[in-house]
Design a binder for this molecule. Structure first.
Ligand code: SAJ
Length: 424
């Protein structure tokens, strides 16, 4: 049985460890978080993901996956550690405050693996990294292990591309891009992934693989920024942006995305920075897109404050505002980097100007209480309470609004829900 050690048991590492164990590898999961290790070994998932609980139970019972804070020897190592960004101030440069990738977790993983690296091992880096980082990662392995890169051991980059909520499905079905430091590394990595990937496995070099991932997420960010600018122009012209985009999308070669309250999550708002910081001169569009999407929450807050002022002038009472949806996108329970959460938190501080409540059926009441939000667990009650309804995330469940009397309510829809609701 081939042995695999997965370094980093987070949103990508743990599901990958489970899939590897299911496909016949003997898997050891390495993490520095003892609490996480204990949970996994007791078959309790530390992350929320569709289907993970049952899968983890089965695999732990089989004995083919074990988590540890000791790095174990293996034939194949797979690194899936976080790559956050750090803010760098570049004075006298119009790219003030650029964000740069923090590769410290990746490099620490290389040092850790070096302790047990042996001849003929393959090391795969899955974390999203800047262009050229896999080569640096490989050099650290070489330096600390004393083994010769591409002769004694092999290194490849294979960026993860899965969508939270659909991780198991996408780990199996998505096409994968593999970039080896040398052709033999690509060939070995292809053999490894072939055991569980049903999609196409495409071979290239490490740098191209790194950049593929970065341009995928930048492409999406730029397209969302375009949609957000279209919405701003349409609103100024008194045109419904969602209807406008729908009409434009009737063209066979046009597919404009949906304007929203900003870009959240931990990928699309982060990855473009890895290109902007590496190629400042040639990434102006990416930087502008980041700025447009980052500013969206502030624009919404400003508009709501303006509306609250008008409401007060007219009614002599401050308005009761209901935020609908707090997660970073529809129909998930993930609040990370959520623009809807950011908007609601900031509005909640304006207690002299407005009263805020939230309705977020995907988040536990205890969490909402801890965030200091007055919250409802019934949509009808929440709507009855409010003067202004601010729709931030278009969860499917909000289509129920169709059956609720919205007369006398001021509706600000930043998600396109109302348009979609009455479209057909
Ligand atoms: N959003 C809009 N308008 C849209 C689409 C999205 O405002 O039309 C917003 C969402 O509300 C959300 C943000 O953008 O706040 C990002 O959502 P998303 O669904 O586009 O992406 P993520 O972050 O959940 O997952 C992405 C995926 N990348 C692409 O679709 C290119 C996924 O495949 C990657 O694996 C993941 O990032 C990652 O790990 O990089």
């Amino acid at each position: 049985m081939e042995k695999v050690t997965i370094v980093g048991l987070g949103y990508i590492g743990l599901p990958t460890a489970i899939i590897c164990a299911q496909s016949g590898y003997k898997v050891s999961g390495f993490d520095i978080d003892q609490d996480k290790i204990n949970k996994i070994n007791k078959a309790i998932s530390p992350i929320l993901e569709t289907g993970i609980t049952e899968k983890l139970k089965k695999i732990i019972k089989s004995g083919n996956l074990k988590a540890s804070n000791n790095i174990n020897k293996a034939n194949i190592f797979l690194v899936a550690v976080p790559t956050p960004f750090i803010i760098k101030n570049k004075k006298n440069n119009n790219l003030n405050k650029i964000k740069q990738v923090d590769l410290s977790y990746v490099f620490n993983a290389a040092k850790e693996i070096s302790k047990v690296l042996e001849k003929n091992n393959l090391v795969i880096l899955e974390s999203t990294v800047s262009v050229g980082a896999t080569e640096k990662f490989a050099k650290i392995l070489e330096k600390h292990s004393g083994l010769k890169l591409s002769k004694d051991f092999y290194v490849a980059h294979c960026p993860e591309r899965v969508l939270p909520g659909k991780i198991f499905e996408e780990l199996t079905n998505n096409n994968r891009v593999i970039g080896g430091i040398c052709p033999k590394a690509s060939e070995l990595a292809k053999k490894f992934y072939s055991k569980f990937v049903m999609g196409n496995i495409l071979i290239t070099d490490a740098k191209t693989a790194e950049m593929t991932k970065l341009i995928e997420n930048s492409y999406r960010d730029v397209n969302i920024a375009f949609a957000n600018q279209v919405a701003a122009m349409a609103n100024s012209a008194g045109i419904n942006p969602y209807k406008l985009i729908d009409l434009a999308n009737m063209h066979p070669r046009v597919n404009i995305l949906t304007p929203g309250c900003g870009v959240g999550g931990h990928c699309i708002a982060v990855d473009p920075w890895f290109l902007v910081s590496s190629f400042p001169k040639d990434s102006l569009l990416l930087k502008t897109a980041r700025d447009i999407n980052d500013k969206k929450p502030e624009i919404i807050i400003k508009n709501i404050l303006k509306l609250s002022k008008t409401f007060y002038k007219k009614n002599k009472v401050i308005p009761k505002i209901l935020s609908l949806g707090l997660t970073f996108k529809p129909d998930i329970d993930d609040l990370r980097e959520s623009p809807a959460l950011k908007i609601s938190k900031k509005l909640n501080l304006q207690k002299k100007k407005l009263k805020l409540s939230v309705f977020e059926p995907n988040i536990n009441k205890i969490i909402l209480d801890n965030l200091d939000f007055k919250n409802f667990n019934n949509l009808r009650e929440a709507i009855n309470w409010a003067d202004i309804i601010l729709i931030l995330v278009s969860h499917d469940i909000f289509f129920e609004l169709k059956n609720i009397n919205l007369k006398d309510k001021i509706i600000i829809d930043e998600s396109g829900l109302i348009y979609r609701m009455y479209k057909n």
